[in-house]
Design a protein around this ligand. Structure first.
Ligand code: COA
Length: 358
């Protein structure tokens, strides 16, 4: 079932690769603990921790939109790269500021990058890996010399606060990377990709209203259709199989063995999912990078936030081989292999929003 005849398998060309040269994460200040959620939902800290591994998450304040988080992460990533300008800005998000226009042009302008090409990529929780492939392709195709890629989401704006199954999982945040042109044998070179999708699973993760499907139907949208919905059990099964299969496909393409992977950085969906994927791949638990306990599932921000956490804590070191893998609505999935670059010290995302997590 998982032998896909189609999809993207991408090798970096030897002569010109995209190289990771800047990284940052940013979290809004407001910490929401499981205990706080338990006060308004029929749930408990113990249930949430056992089923998901999540202990707390951040929520954007009222009036704070995805672009506000994206700008903060983007600014820090540019500073980390020591760059003031880039040729292109890509924002990947499921919670754009508006359904029209895209969020990236606004973010670019607010970062002083007006004039840069700017567009959004939508692939739900796989957004960062899809965005990375798009950014790397702009560079390898010699269309751009540098790209700022920002994954940002404010799920608190689309999840029904009374839906105990989903309200406990998602958090808000932003993570960003800067890529520049370089060589495939350099540290930081963004390597092989595997990307795929299966739209027959559209209904497993969706916001039913707000798009042309609902607007082309007579009558106003039902209030519940404006909220994010997810069929948790089925999504769980797909997430495990797809992330593991995509990670394996990337390793095969790169002609690498699992034991050559120093760190697996999956989309931070749920700790049980991540442990099962690592287990399935035969990777020891200590090579699994996870920060889901402190941020929850932050959608397109989750991989760059996990990378920023790990880099800030020196868990990932220069020269080590890092495998990213993600799964999300669509259904979509994707993986990418890279070697870790030498970066200037990365600020811990938990310190960025102004409030230290408890
Ligand atoms: N607190 C307490 N009980 C809860 C609850 C909560 N927050 N949410 C659901 N429950 C209840 C259900 O109502 C159900 O009760 P019932 O047996 O009386 O009907 C019971 O717990 C089991 O529900 P179920 O949905 O079968 O639980 P689960 O073990 O599948 O866990 C998820 C639910 C959502 C945590 C799990 O399915 C999951 O993690 N899915 C993947 C989600 C994810 O990571 N998505 C992102 C992918 S990109």
């Amino acid at each position: 079932m998982l032998d896909q005849p189609f999809g993207i398998s991408m090798r970096p060309p030897a002569e010109r690769a995209a190289v990771l040269c800047g990284l940052a994460g940013w979290l809004p200040p407001r910490v929401v603990t499981n205990d706080e959620l338990s006060q308004r939902l029929d749930t408990t800290d113990a249930w949430i921790r056992t089923r998901t591994g999540i202990g707390r998450r951040r929520f954007a304040d009222p009036g704070q939109a995805t672009s506000d988080l994206a700008v903060e992460a983007g600014r820090l990533a540019l500073a980390s790269a020591g760059q003031e300008h880039v040729d292109a800005v890509i924002v990947t998000t499921t919670t754009p500021d508006r359904s029209c226009p895209a969020t990236a042009p606004l973010v670019a302008s607010r970062l002083g990058l007006a004039g840069a090409a700017a567009f959004d990529v939508g692939a739900v929780c796989t957004g960062f890996v899809y965005g990375l492939a798009a950014a790397a392709s702009l560079i390898t195709a010699q269309v751009a010399d540098s790209v700022l890629l920002i994954g940002a989401d404010t799920y608190s704006t689309i999840v029904d606060p009374h839906d105990r199954t989903n309200a406990i999982i998602f958090g808000d945040g932003a993570g960003a990377v800067v890529l520049r042109a370089g060589h495939a044998d350099e540290r930081g070179a963004v390597g092989h990709f595997d990307l795929g999708s299966d739209g027959t699973g559209e209904e497993l993760i969706m916001v039913a209203a707000g798009g042309s499907r609902q607007r082309s139907t007579p009558g106003p949208a039902e209030p519940q259709d404006r909220h994010f919905t997810m069929r948790g059990k089925e999504v769980y099964r797909h997430a495990v199989t797809r992330m593991a299969a995509s990670a394996r496909a990337t390793l095969t393409l790169a002609d690498r063995k699992v034991d050559e992977v120093d760190h697996l950085v999956p989309h931070q969906a749920n700790l049980r999912i991540l442990r099962t994927v690592a287990d399935d791949l035969g990777l020891p638990a200590e090579r699994l990078v996870t920060n889901v306990e402190s941020v929850g599932n932050t959608g397109a921000a989750s991989i760059p936030l996990a990378l920023a956490d790990a880099a800030a804590e020196h868990t990932i070191r220069p020269g080590e081989r890092v495998l990213l893998t993600a799964f999300g609505g669509g259904l979509t999935w994707g993986s990418c292999l890279l070697t870790w670059p030498t970066l200037p010290p990365i600020a811990h995302p938990h310190d960025s929003g102004g409030t230290q997590a408890p």
